[in-house]
Structure formats: structure tokens, C-alpha cells
Design a protein around this ligand. Structure first.
Ligand code: NAP
Length: 545
């Protein structure tokens, strides 16, 4: 029988000493805990939220849903659960996903090792003792030989730099910290700020019940149809039969998705055939139309523009008012150079009488007011304000913890001009700290459970090895870090994405220097780098007794 959340939350109120502290009980943190238990290590997970689930715990907004085919997104390690869990939809919604992760937490009795409502505020490396002191909210202090941050790449909320939110008298919510209670839009005037992957999902849903919905759009996005559908028991039985080959196959794709870039170069295909192929892709579910398109769409601007023109025609066919369609067609970035949102009737939403689209390019927001939002063109009133302005991606969650390494150097100082890491898992001058799902690594990005699967195992094996061999300190070599970081920046620079205004370069956070934050190499290539280092006595790391 597992502990209750309340027991778990208070179990460690006085602190304690552990082999490993994991920060975050999301999809990666949960699995990391299981893997470290198998090594016989004492582990405590510190989680800021009230329960497990990470992304799926926080992002409860209406319409929150996967863009990866659901059966490719689950944990692959638990054959018993794979055999019994039936997914209901091809692309699961947030409630079904949270049910699934709760089932995993219950089955593996995870909560007994997790402190909830325990946000980590500060941690410092003790150079004499070779361990970390971790300070959590409410004065809880813990010590651990190793810390593994599994804080997620999209978890630090980004609020727009607009004054006066505290003066707004209605109800407001950021999509990334949505309340547990249902928010009822019936008869209400609602404003949504933001039209990224999140905004697109929430706008479509809220428009169905709100009296009036005003969408504030700064930049339109190249959204594509999700084509979700229910999965029948028969289809699930067929899908289940593929698991033994599916999961190994997903480790061979570039980002753990079922879709893989088409090796054909678009210009090698006659134009008519190409356009027929685009039609076919458009009828397919999910990222077939982004990740699965001809490979040169990501690197050749001319090839990209033809595909973009095809998608533009589709958008225009679906929007009744050509002036609204003009606003919805992206003009500032090429197709796929920012994360492509998936949608279900998003463009048709703007044909509804109760939905209004305001372009912030023409009419910028000046301030929040007591009644709503004031733009350069006047005040728009609202009962409910939805802030869908995304995250300080990749580095935000780590930068918001005061992390002090050797000589008191803070991670924030070290990364002031952009992240520096070795394989995304360690940072020189921050010994015994592992990062799972931060900048410059593959874990936690793409189809995240697939991308993090091998890196999580690699970290567990490494920490197990260090503990078994009495290693006191492990630290990335500065040369290895320099080489890796330069290579990460170099690989990214060849993609058309480098020309877009995107959060993978930190462009969404005012004042942040432009630096590539993600990892543009492939998943197999990333895992091979980790494995090669391990096979070479953990080359690039200094291990001291
Ligand atoms: P996002 O992609 O960063 O979009 C934020 C939106 O807010 C953009 O439209 C942005 O406009 C706007 N915005 C930001 N600051 C603003 C300001 N000061 N004034 C007005 N508008 C402002 O964030 P997101 O939509 O939350 O998505 C983040 C990521 O989460 C996605 O890329 C995806 O990886 C993940 N996600 C996944 C799913 C899924 O799997 N189904 C669903 C949702 C989200 P600009 O474009 O002009 O900056």
C-alpha cells in the first residue's frame, strides 16, 4: 500500500542525507527514481507540484493534448503495464495521460520517495565533503552526494512583459499553471494572449463555450491538422503486437517520433507528384506533415517555400474571411522553423461569430486594466484572461534555482552568454550534478519519454558505477565541455531554424542573449556519444576518489 501524498510530502520535512536527490517528479524524474532504486541507492525526489506528472500535472488547460502518437509516448520498460493499458485516443488528452502516470506511480510505489510541494530554491556544492546542500522552500535542507535535475525543458513559466496584471479584477490563468478546478467559460468574455502550440489548443476549446473570445496574436504559426481519433480495443490489440519492434525502432528515429524525415530530396520529384505527396501527408495524423516531409524542407529555403505555399493554401481554404486569413498565415518565418503546432478545427474557429482575432503587430498591448487589456486601439474587456505565452525554455527551470558550484560560481553566471555543457548532462565547475532535460542534451525534448529513455539509463548506470567504486567527485572536463558546446552551436547553425525567432534560441525572453538551447543532432547519435564516453572509461569526465 503506497503512502498518501500528505504523508510523502511531510516525510522529509526535517531534511536528510541521501545518495541522490532528483529535482522533479515528471516523466523523467519518475523513471530516474525507479532506475536508481534498482542500483540500491538512497534517493529523494523533490517536487514543486502537489503530485507526480510534471507537464501533465501543470498543463491542465482545456484542450491540452499530445502531438506524439500516444502509444509511442508511454514508458517502454514495464511489459506488464504495456500489456494491460489501453489508450483511448491516438493523441491522448491531459486527463488520460495523468491517469496513466498516476497508475505508474501507484504500481511502482513512487510516492514514498517523493516530497511534494517542495520547490528547490538554492543548492551549493561543498568542495570539502564533495556533496550538495539543497535548500527547498520552507527551510527544508537536505544533503546528497549527487543531484540530478529533471526539471523539464518547458516548465519555467514565461509571463509577458505587460504592466498591471495585479489591477485586473477578473480571473486570470497561465496555461502552464492551470487550476485543478474546472474553469467555466459559459457566458463569459475571455481573452487569450499567445498563439503557440498551447494557445492554439486552448483557443479552439474555449471558443466552444465562451460568450466572446478575443485572441491576441503577436505572430501566426504554421499549424497543421492533428487528425486525432478514438482507438478501438481491436486497434489497440494490433498496436500492442508491434511493441517489441516499435520501441527499438523509435530509438532509431531522429527525435523518437514515429515519423522520420523522408530521405528523398523534394526537387528530385516532379512537381505534380510532389504536390500529390503533400496532399497525402496533409491527410495523415500528427507530425507526418512536419517531421515526415522531404528532408530538404528543413535546410533548403526554396523547397521550404513551396511546401509553405501548399500549407498556406490549406489555411486560406479553411478561413472564410480573407482578411482574417491574411493575419493567420505566417510571413516572418519559414514552415517548420518554429515548433509546428497541431490543431483540430483551429482555423475554422475564426469563422465563429463569437471569436475575434487582434493582431498585436498592428495593435500592441499597452497594459492590463481592471476590466481587461488596453491596446494601442483601446480597451478590450474580459471576465477571464488566459496567458498562453509559453516558457523560459531549456535553461529557465535551472536558472531559477540559485545553483552554486566550485568557488561559489553560479550556474546563471556560467551561462550568461548561453549554456555550456558536456553532452547536456554535466557542466564543468558543477561536480556531481547531472542534468536530465536541460539545454544541449536530448533528454526531455522531441518525443520526450523516448528521447530521455536511454539518457536516464546512462545516468543511472554512471551514478551506480561512481557509488560502487567509491568515486567522490565527477566533473566534466572544461575542454570536453568547450568541444561539445561548440559542436552543438555549429550543428544548429546549418538549419533554416537559425533564421527564425524561436524559443530554441531563447528569442522569446526579452534581454536574453541569442544562443542555441536545444540539441539539433539525432537521438541515436546522441545516445552513441553517451555510450562511447562510457565505453572509454567515461571520457570527458574527471573522476576522483
Ligand atoms: P510558445 O510556443 O512560446 O508560444 C507563446 C506564444 O505567446 C506565442 O504566440 C508568442 O508570440 C506569445 N507571446 C509571448 N510573449 C508575448 C508578449 N509579450 N506579448 C504577446 N504575445 C506574446 O509557448 P507554448 O504555446 O506554451 O508552447 C511551448 C511548447 O510547449 C511548444 O512549442 C511545445 O514544445 C510544447 N507544447 C506541446 C504540446 C503538445 O505536445 N501537444 C502542446 C502545447 C505545448 P511570438 O510567437 O510572437 O513570440
Amino acid at each position: 500500500m503506497s503512502q498518501t501524498i500528505e504523508q510523502a510530502a511531510t516525510a522529509d520535512a526535517d531534511g536528510g542525507t541521501y545518495d541522490v536527490i532528483i529535482i522533479g517528479a515528471g516523466v523523467s524524474g519518475m523513471r530516474q527514481l525507479m532506475l536508481l532504486r534498482e542500483k540500491g541507492l538512497s534517493v529523494r525526489v523533490l517536487e514543486g507540484g502537489g503530485d507526480i506528472g510534471g507537464t501533465w500535472y501543470w498543463n491542465r488547460y482545456p484542450g491540452a493534448r499530445l502531438d506524439s502518437e500516444t502509444y509511442t509516448y508511454q514508458y517502454a520498460f514495464d511489459e506488464e503495464l504495456l500489456a494491460e493499458w489501453d489508450w483511448k485516443e491516438l493523441f491522448a488528452g491531459q486527463p488520460e495521460l495523468l491517469d496513466y502516470f498516476n497508475r505508474v506511480a501507484d504500481k511502482h510505489d513512487l510516492r514514498r520517495d517523493i516530497s511534494f510541494n517542495t520547490t528547490v530554491e538554492k543548492m551549493e556544492f561543498n568542495e570539502e565533503a564533495n556533496n550538495w546542500t539543497v535548500h527547498a522552500r520552507d527551510g527544508v535542507v537536505l544533503t546528497a552526494k549527487y543531484v540530478i535535475s529533471a526539471t523539464g525543458v518547458l516548465s519555467a513559466l514565461n509571463f509577458p512583459d505587460i504592466p498591471g496584471l495585479d489591477t485586473f479584477e477578473g480571473e486570470w490563468h497561465h496555461t502552464g499553471a492551470w487550476p485543478h478546478e474546472e474553469v467555466d467559460f459559459t457566458g463569459k468574455k475571455v481573452i487569450v494572449i499567445g498563439t503557440g502550440a498551447t494557445g492554439i489548443q486552448v483557443i479552439t476549446e474555449v471558443a466552444k463555450t465562451a460568450d466572446h473570445l478575443t485572441v491576441f496574436q503577436r505572430t501566426p504559426n504554421w499549424a497543421i491538422p492533428l487528425r486525432n481519433r478514438p482507438l478501438s480495443a481491436e486497434e489497440m490489440a494490433e498496436i500492442r503486437k508491434t511493441y517489441p519492434t516499435l520501441f527499438p525502432h523509435l530509438q532509431t528515429t531522429s527525435s523518437g517520433f514515429i515519423h522520420q524525415a523522408d530521405p528523398t530530396t523534394s526537387t528530385d520529384v516532379p512537381r505534380e507528384e510532389r504536390l500529390a505527396h503533400y496532399e497525402h501527408l496533409y491527410s495523415q495524423p500528427g507530425f507526418a506533415k512536419w517531421v515526415g516531409v522531404y528532408h530538404d524542407i528543413a535546410t533548403d529555403a526554396e523547397a521550404n517555400k513551396e511546401y509553405g505555399a501548399f500549407i498556406e493554401r490549406k489555411i486560406r481554404e479553411r478561413v472564410t474571411d480573407p482578411k482574417i486569413a491574411d493575419l493567420l498565415v505566417p510571413t516572418d518565418h519559414l514552415f517548420g522553423t518554429k515548433r509546428v503546432p497541431c490543431e483540430t478545427n483551429y482555423f475554422e474557429t475564426y469563422n465563429r461569430d463569437n471569436v475575434e482575432l487582434i493582431s498585436l503587430k498592428e495593435s500592441p498591448i499597452l497594459e492590463y486594466t481592471a476590466k481587461g487589456v488596453r491596446t494601442a486601439d483601446g480597451e478590450v474587456e474580459a471576465d477571464i484572461l488566459i496567458i498562453a505565452t509559453g516558457f523560459e525554455a531549456f535553461t529557465g527551470a535551472l536558472n531559477r534555482i540559485d545553483i552554486r558550484g566550485k568557488g561559489g560560481l553560479t550556474l546563471k553566471e556560467k551561462w550568461q552568454y548561453g549554456p555550456l555543457t558536456y553532452m547536456g548532462v554535466q557542466v564543468a565547475d558543477f561536480p556531481n550534478l547531472f542534468i536530465m532535460g536541460g539545454p544541449h542534451g536530448k533528454g526531455g525534448h522531441g518525443n520526450s519519454p523516448r528521447c530521455s529513455e536511454k539518457p536516464l539509463e546512462w545516468v543511472a548506470d554512471f551514478v551506480g558505477y561512481l557509488a560502487a567504486n567509491g568515486i567522490e567527485r565527477v566533473e566534466a572536463d572544461p575542454e570536453a565541455e568547450k568541444e561539445w558546446s561548440e559542436w552543438v552551436y555549429e550543428v544548429a547553425s546549418h538549419l533554416l531554424q537559425a533564421g527564425a525567432n524561436t524559443y530554441v534560441y531563447g528569442d522569446n525572453i526579452p534581454g536574453r542573449p541569442r544562443a542555441y538551447l536545444a540539441y539539433a543532432g539525432t537521438l541515436p547519435d546522441f545516445v552513441k556519444k553517451l555510450d562511447d564516453s562510457a565505453a572509454d572509461d567515461y571520457a570527458g569526465f574527471t573522476l576522483s576518489k
